[in-house]
Ligand binder design. Structure first.
Ligand SMILES: Cc1ncc(COP(=O)(O)O)c(C=O)c1O
Length: 433
């Protein structure tokens, strides 16, 4: 095993493939179809498994793990206890809060620890909606948000809240005129993500907050994919609420934070003790909070060099795919995007088949379609961008991390070229084109 838990051999890879390794279960027609089509002789790499799914999650960095370890069994006190054990845990908690705040230009008292991005999004949206219900019942978000935001808004619609879902252009950028038209006297929140998790496209959040300020509407941004990859400063962005999560930046899973600007009203989701200034009750997960702070600190320190390397890997993959494979299209903004994400549609191919075949070669990526009851649904993000549904079904998200190399990218391109050609040979649509 190397630092990132990557094994140095692909041996036994085929035998390991099972329902728990793939998106679909063995009862799903899609799963059965894909596995029947697998080639006898699979491509092999002596590079070991190649992980290109860092937008889904990342391994915990050794430095982060080291920082967390003392808080499991040595400094294990409850941060609310007033004895020495509790005080030591409290100190670690408050130090971590100060680090997280400094990383995004906030004050320590504006940081609230949560269980991750999904909870932060829910707390921001439901919390503001409930606190401002005297002012209005209208929310604005975009069609390309993560499901943590979209499904939260859908839930609120069932509670008779009026939600406007802003359209986006072909690059996935929110249409600004639509936002201008959508703001009403009863609008109580605008929630637009900073960076999209499927395409990496960045939203003009500073321009959105400038517009919202004129109407006195608070703005929330889901910065789960952006933090640690691009500079994020709550004052430069002008946001009132910002969600972040540790496991996207080499921190532990199940921990995140919500930034709440001083003066923003918010109701808690849960009721319990006085933790997190009564906005998020529950005994604090000190070890994970320390891990989040360490991961953010390292990401900030190394951002310039790391982002440049990630951008080079992304561009290398993009150019090699463009050279080697025809009938492809790139999804997302060509410039205003995260350095570590590349979304490509391979026409006349199903993304799911491509993903499973790549997995057989030891390459982990993600698709832009989801298998729902055996049917492939193109992603809501690509649909909103107006990507042709057939092309959207053949879309793959590659997301890079510190450990990826140019050699890996070259192997991925060769594997892709062979797999795409094989899948296209079986496609009636390709034959007809
Ligand atoms: C943009 C975005 N928001 C929210 C989340 C949810 O974060 P978490 O997994 O920490 O709940 C994710 C995770 O993929 C994400 O990409």
């Amino acid at each position: 095993m190397n630092d990132n838990g990557r094994k140095n051999s692909t041996k036994g890879r085929l035998e390991q493939i099972g329902p728990e390794d793939s998106l679909c279960g063995p009862d799903c027609a899609c799963f059965q179809d894909q596995h029947e089509q697998l080639p006898e002789a699979k491509l092999k790499s002596d590079l070991g498994p190649i992980y290109l799914d860092h937008a889904a999650t990342t391994p915990v960095r050794p430095e982060v793990r080291e920082a967390m370890l003392p808080y499991f069994s040595e400094t294990f006190g409850n941060a609310s206890s007033i004895h020495l054990f509790g005080q030591k845990a409290r100190k670690a908690l408050e130090d971590a809060r100060a680090i997280v705040a400094a990383c995004i230009g906030a004050e320590a008292k504006e940081i609230y620890f949560t269980s991750g991005g999904s909870e932060s999004d829910n707390l921001a949206i439901k919390g503001v909606v409930h606190a401002y219900q005297d002012k209005g019942r209208h929310l604005i978000t975009s069609k390309v948000e993560h499901h943590a935001v979209l499904n939260c808004c859908k839930h609120l619609e069932a509670e008779e809240l009026d939600v406007t879902y802003l359209p986006v252009d072909r690059f996935g950028v929110v249409k600004f005129e639509a936002l201008e038209e959508a703001i009403r006297p009863d609008t109580i929140l605008i929630s637009v993500m900073l960076a999209n998790n499927e395409t990496g496209t960045l939203q003009p959040v500073s321009a959105i907050t400038e517009l919202a300020e004129k109407s006195g509407v608070p703005v929330h941004t889901d910065a789960v994919q952006a933090v640690g990859k691009i500079p994020v400063d709550v004052n430069e962005l002008g946001v009132d609420l910002l969600s972040l999560s540790a496991h996207k930046i080499y921190g532990p899973k199940g921990i995140g934070a919500l930034y709440i600007r001083t003066g923003t009203r918010i109701d808690p989701l849960f009721h319990g003790g006085h933790h997190e200034r009564k906005r998020r009750p529950g005994t604090e997960n000190v070890a994970s909070i320390v891990g989040l702070a360490k991961a953010m600190e390292l990401a900030k320190e190394e951002m310039q060099t790391r982002s440049a390397c990630l951008g080079e890997l992304r561009d290398h993959l993009q150019h090699r795919i463009q050279e080697r494979i025809e009938h492809i299209c790139l999804n997302g903004h060509p410039e205003n995007r995260l350095p570590n994400t590349l979304n490509v549609s391979f026409k006349f191919v199903e993304g799911e088949s491509l993903l499973l075949s790549l997995d057989m070669c030891g390459i982990a990526v993600s698709t832009g379609s989801a298998c729902t009851s055996g049917a492939l649904e193109p992603s809501h993000v690509l649909q909103a961008m107006g990507v042709d549904p057939a092309a959207a079904q053949g879309s793959i998200r590659f997301s890079f991390g510190h450990s990826n190399t140019d050699d890996e990218i070259d192997f991925v391109v060769e594997s892709l070229a062979e797999i795409v050609a094989r899948l296209r040979r079986m496609s009636p649509l390709y034959a007809e084109k």
